[in-house]
Each structure stands twice: as C-alpha cells, then as structure tokens.
Design a protein around this ligand. Structure first.
Ligand SMILES: Nc1ncnc2c1ncn2[C@@H]1O[C@H](COP(=O)(O)OP(=O)(O)OP(=O)(O)O)[C@@H](O)[C@H]1O
Length: 376
C-alpha cells in the first residue's frame, strides 16, 4: 500500500484553547509534531483522524477532502491513529484483532484471515493467534496494535507517542519494526513525539507547536543546527538563556553574557541565547556568570557541570570540576542569540489570515517561508 499526500490548513477551537496549523506531508513521508505538554499535538492528530471536527479550514488526503466542505467520518478516512496504549479489542483473539481492519474494508473472511496471519508471522507472534490480548506482554500488545493499524492499509498512519509506554527492553525492537514497515508499505505518517532523536530517525520534516500555534517548521537537521524557537533549542540539547539584547551582549538579570546575534537585533529586544556544553567553560575563580553547581554528570567520557541557572559546561579532560553545591563561574564562549517572537508573530503558516471553512490548502509547503522569516 502506498500512502497519499496529506495537506491541512485548519483551526480547531476547543473550550479556552485553539489549535491552528498548516502543513503538507508528501506521500510516504513522515511529519514529526513536537511541542510541550498541552501544546495541542493530540488535538491536531484527533482532527486528522476525524475524531474532532475542525472549526475552520480544510484537510485533504490525495484528491479527497476529508474536512472542509464535507466531514468524512473516522471509519471512512483510511487514516489510522495509533496511541501510546495498544487498545486491542479485548474480546477478540489476536488474529481476529488483525483481521478486523481488512474485514471492515469489505474483504472476505478468508482473505482477512490470510492478511492477519501474514502480519502475525511478520511480527513473530504466530503462536499467539488464538490468544486473547490480555495473555500478551505490553510490548507484544503494541506489536499487534502496530500490525493491526497497518493491516488495515491506511493511507495515513497517525502515531501519538507510540513508544512512550514501552519498557526499555522492547522499545528498540518495536521502533525498528514500525520503521521497517512504514518504509516497506510507503505509508504517509504523522508522529507526535517529545524526542528530537525520534524525529531525526523517522521524519523528513518537523512541526513545533506551542500553545496551539506552529512556532517552527524545519527538517530535523535544521532544528538541531539552528533552532529558531527556545523549545526547539531545548529539544536539541542546547542550554537556553532568556534575556534582553544590550550593547552586543545578552543581559539576563545581573549577568552579562558574551554572545553573537544570529540576525539583526535592536537594543533592548527580548531575546534567547543558545549554547552547547563544549562552548561553556567553568572555573572556580573567574568568568561571566557566578552561580552554584547544581549537578555534575558524565556522558560518553565527558564531564558536564550544570549551573543553578541552567548553563551546562563541559570540563576539559583531566581537570577536576567544582563539586555539587560549590560556587563557580560559567562562561559561554559560543552563545548565539535570536529574537524571542511572540506566538502571534511566529512562523505559523497562514498567520494573519484565519482559515475559512472550505478554504483551499496552499500549494507550497509552509517550509518555503522559513528562511525568509526566521531572521526577521
Ligand atoms: N476534550 C477536550 N475539550 C476541551 N479541551 C481539551 C480537550 N482535550 C484537551 N483539551 C485541551 O486542549 C489543549 C491541548 O491538549 P492536547 O492533549 O492536544 O495537548 P498535547 O500537546 O497533546 O499534550 P501532551 O503532550 O500532554 O499529550 C490542552 O489545554 C487541553 O486541556
């Protein structure tokens, strides 16, 4: 089964909360949706699945309109939602769970059973065909849930943190299985995740959402190399410092941090700075920011020292770092600073114009606007 291109420009209004987003996912590719808790990620997936009706705008799948002038109900969309919990039908056997999708699509009982058995063998659970789901482990249940989702041959698979409830032992195997199957079936997918590493492994593009708005759209590599939003920067492992731009430095409270502006900034503007540990030095005697050591840790042979203010320094090999609770000076040497944009002036595609019911989805990917907007 080959997936279809998915395009959406929608607004979903809920009690005291509105999600608006516009994006396109080419056929067979994956879009990662990232954002803090409560940002609206699941709401967006719910709309794509047809469970929540958008208040305005349009969702298109291939040549079909799913929402806009019409509302296609969930069971007729060929869009499947896979959540953290497997949600298998408890009263059906494992093989009948897998046969459910093909059967619902009108395949004969025998054909559906054959599809189900092929999937069972693919996920290594042929011996459990007649079992009820409760006899399976959590990881096995999630494997069946993935197989059940794909056995229905969806044109789009929506993945809402599908690995979050898995234990460390079964997660890598299930990630690999899902990744292999999505590639094999060329299914278009949308993955909600909190991990940039997942986005990097799966997705060709990322949408970062905060408070119901798209604040950044980029490839995983762009997000890691040059994030334009504090949340994206934190996801990518940068220390993020908020402050104002003054006389060529980032001023955060009483601290004046040496920094380089990533684009033109005005005096007194609200900004955020990003820096990685190897661009921060720590000293007992002198530096830019006096703080206290919150934690000391070792990652891949590198000693990382975190300040109370959130700066993380990497100490040179052979140097004994200040201990936890001790005062120390932290100096960022490679801090890059960007303007802090209000949510209303973010790179959300379509900003400035509210989507109308039945409005056309724009032809060009929202990402085309990225380079022009990020350095305003
Ligand atoms: N059924 C509902 N009715 C009204 N508001 C809701 C409903 N469900 C969620 N919300 C609100 O919508 C907002 C977005 O919730 P949503 O679950 O989409 O966020 P999320 O980004 O998926 O969060 P998380 O990462 O915690 O799962 C929240 O403020 C939430 O309180």
């Amino acid at each position: 089964m080959t997936g279809q291109p998915l395009a959406a420009r929608i607004e979903i209004r809920r009690a005291q909360f509105t999600v608006s987003a516009a994006f396109e996912v080419p056929a067979g590719e994956c879009l990662a949706v990232l954002g803090p808790n409560g940002a609206g990620k699941s709401t967006l997936l719910g709309a794509l699945a047809g469970l929540i009706r958008p208040t305005a705008g349009e969702i298109r799948l291939g040549g079909r309109i799913l929402d806009g002038r019409v509302h296609v109900p969930p069971e007729q969309r060929r869009v499947t939602l896979l959540e953290q919990k497997p949600r298998l039908f408890p009263h059906l056997s494992v093989v009948d769970n897998l046969a459910f999708g093909p059967r619902a699509q009108g395949r004969s009982r025998r054909q559906s059973r054959a599809v189900a058995e092929t999937w069972l063998s693919r996920i290594g659970l042929s011996d459990a065909a007649g079992w009820k789901p409760h006899r399976l482990s959590g990881g096995q249940q999630q494997r069946v849930a993935i197989a059940r989702a794909l056995a229905a041959e969806p044109e789009v698979l929506l993945l809402d943190e599908p690995f979050a409830a898995l234990d460390a032992a079964s997660a890598p195997q299930i990630r690999r299985m899902l990744s292999d199957e999505l590639a094999r079936t060329r299914t278009t997918s949308v993955l909600v995740t909190h991990e940039l590493a997942d986005a990097w492994q799966w997705a060709s593009r990322c949408l970062v959402i905060e408070s119901g708005r798209v604040v950044e759209e980029a490839t995983p590599a762009q997000l890691a190399a040059a994030p334009t939003h504090p949340f994206s920067a934190a996801l990518a492992g940068y220390a993020v410092v908020h402050g104002v731009w003054s006389e060529g430095a980032l001023v955060a409270g009483d601290d004046v941090l040496p920094a380089v502006a990533a684009h033109d900034l005005e005096e007194g503007e609200s900004v955020f700075g990003i820096v990685v540990p190897h661009e921060v030095t720590v000293s007992r005697t002198a530096g830019a920011v006096r703080s206290r050591v919150r934690s000391v840790s070792v990652h891949a042979g590198r000693v990382l020292v975190e300040s109370d203010g959130g700066l993380v320094a990497q100490t040179p090999v052979g140097v004994i770092p200040p201990g936890v609770g001790e005062p120390a000076w932290f100096t960022p040497t490679g801090m890059r600073v960007r303007r802090l944009r209000a949510p209303s002036e973010t790179s959300a595609p379509g900003r400035g114009s509210q989507p109308r019911p039945g409005a056309e989805v724009s032809a060009g990917p929202a990402s085309a606007q990225r380079d022009g907007q990020q350095d305003r």
